[in-house]
Design a protein around this ligand. Sequence first.
Ligand SMILES: *Cc1c(COP(=O)(O)O)cnc(C)c1O
Length: 365
Amino acid sequence: MTPDQLLTRPETTLPTLRSAVTGLPSYVPGRRSAGMDIAALASNESHYEPLPAAISAVAEAAGRMNRYPDMAAVELRERLALHLGVTAGEIAVGPGSVGVLQQIITGLCDAGDEVIFAWRSFEAYPILVELAGARPVRIPLDHLEGHDLDAMAAAVTERTKVILLCTPNNPTGVPISHERIESFLRAVRSDILVVIDEAYVEYAEAGSGPNSMALYRDYPNVCILRTFSKAYGLAGLRVGYAVAAPVIAEGLRRTALPFAVSAVAQKAAIASLDAGEEMEARVAVVKQERARMSRELAARGWKLQPSQGNFLWIRADDDLLPRLVDAFDRAGIMVRAYQGDGVRITVADAASNDRVLRLLEAHAA
Ligand SMILES: *Cc1c(COP(=O)(O)O)cnc(C)c1O
């Protein structure tokens, strides 16, 4: 059929998508200008290649792609258990921590149940909640760009099943302290799963955020969510995990899409854990760069909250935001802009960071 025939075809009734689906935003790929040296600072990826041991593990596992992976990911779960001081029964893995979060929400929420999270926070939260037919409850960040835990506790209803805490918060970089999460846990019902999303935990200064493993031991309704996508540099391989009470973790394993984490990803994750010190050395460089950028931006009049992630957050009103977006676009620097809120910029290598500093200097607040 030619496009013309398609258009003039008599109206037919097509199967209808659920309104939860038609209401979702469609994915808009970032623009890439040909011939330009693009700095990819929009997704908080590691600018380093995967660790050498991970690359070798992938090469070795690639020859067995004719086989399904271990669906229970036993070897990876046992390695994680050793790493974290828990049992393999308390761990569920998934295709990225977003995949695990989908397992959490579909595993715990019936239609109309409520999931509370801060806003603005990770973009995937409302999407996964709405897809599951549950109701997202967004609680505005406080004036310091952090979680307003009092307001979050006050928003709990009989329908609340899950609360998502993101520390350090994406996109603002602000952590939630151990003490604040602990008093929050004392205040909320123990039949609500409190998920602590620590996608950037490796980048946080010790003591800035919670000791989530200690909280998990004291409060079995805590679920810790972590990923190999960020500091470990495996964003493209899709592997993340949850630590949760055995009965919850078992439920998450049951709701998983079969074989969603490839053998290649499982092997790379194990090799990356084994090479933890190399990862930490890379993270230390990013933390130094984060400190340098924060200092230089502050000296130029930019008022930023200190970030504990591998990114910086610039709040920008409707006047500043379009000007910044346009300037970054023309400079070939891909950043993440959030309408009505601000811009998030990944901290990368010194040369890319210098490009960001030069651009922001020209637009000094
Ligand atoms: C990047 C990110 C994730 C991890 O996503 P993956 O699915 O593991 O790649 C999870 N939570 C937050 C807040 C993130 O920013």
